[in-house]
Design a protein around this ligand. Structure first.
Ligand code: ZN
Length: 211
């Protein structure tokens, strides 16, 4: 069993980070790519059982694009996607996917990758690494903007995903997010995730809620 987690950048000009977690829940290796073709050749060599992407992979119902001068309009009566509303209700703040989004390029890229990889037969799931972080570490974690955030992750991530300690010195936020995203893919394959939202907008996978 092999899970790939992708911390997706907004364009091929900036590297996206890859993390591989094996069936034992251990971080096998980390990698990076810029062009989509590079990702495809990595996928060809490793054939992961799940590809977890840490970016929105769908648009709100009614939208066919995110352009403000296009007449397409959301048909739901809330901001963003249903899954994002559900996250907010759980106290997990997130970006709402919509025409005013500040991560438009990343969303377009995520949707494109998801459609193409699904067609190629890969199981693709959407992950919000911040939600995973809160579900597994609690909401007392230092915010990403603070230097303590990385100190905290360098200390705690290896307990969650053994093997991460080998990368401790180079762990930046992108790498931590890739590991958290791959870890969510690992939980997904074990049947230990819940999904938020509706399929038409693409669902968000989070570690299973305590019941
Ligand atoms: Zn449109």
């Amino acid at each position: 069993m092999l899970c790939l987690g992708i911390d997706l950048s907004s364009s091929s000009k900036r590297a996206s980070t890859l993390a591989f977690i094996n069936g034992g829940g251990r971080l096998d290796q980390m990698d990076a790519f810029k062009e989509y073709q590079e990702l495809l050749s990595v996928l060809d060599s490793y054939r992961p059982d799940v590809v977890a992407i840490g970016a929105p992979l769908g648009l709100p119902l009614g939208l066919d694009c995110l352009e403000e001068d296009c007449p397409c309009t959301p048909v739901n009566n809330h901001k963003g996607r249903k899954g994002e509303v559900e996250l907010a209700r759980m106290g997990i703040g997130c970006f709402y996917t919509g025409k005013r989004s500040i991560i438009k390029n990343q969303i377009y890229r995520g949707v494109k990758f998801r459609k193409d990889l699904t067609q190629r037969g890969y199981e693709v799931i959407e992950v919000y690494p911040y939600a995973t972080k809160i579900k597994v570490f609690g909401d007392g974690i230092p915010p990403k903007s603070r230097p303590e955030s990385l100190v905290h992750l360098r200390e705690h991530l290896p307990k969650l995903v053994p093997g991460t300690e080998c990368y401790a010195d180079e762990l930046n936020h992108d790498k931590c997010d890739a590991v958290l995203t791959a870890y969510t893919g690992y939980l997904h394959l074990r049947g230990e995730t819940d999904t938020l939202g509706i399929p038409e907008e693409w669902m968000i996978s989070i570690p299973r809620l305590q019941r």
